[in-house]
Design a protein. Sequence first.
Length: 109
Amino acid sequence: MEFDHLVPESHGGSTTEANLWLACSLCNRHKGQRTAAEDPASGQIVPLFNPRSHDWAEHFAWVDAGTRIAGLTASGRATVRALQLNRPVRQRARQKWIEAGWHPPGEQG
């Protein structure tokens, strides 16, 4: 895990607790400088999910027995796609976590 600037410094974001979040290094790399991405359903550019101000359960759901994340909203779908949250390595890890009884997590995502 590493610190992610929700609003990147290059976009005027600060290095303060309110603008930081823990993210896996691969998700953070996929996010990069973005604060918005295309919703694959509508083609609209929408804000990425912000874990400091959005409710995980409103934007995402566990599907395929907990191995995949489905976006329920435009921001959720855009975030799933932009951060590549369902890449195969993640799905395999989630399957192992399910087998160990660690997954899926509660409502916090």
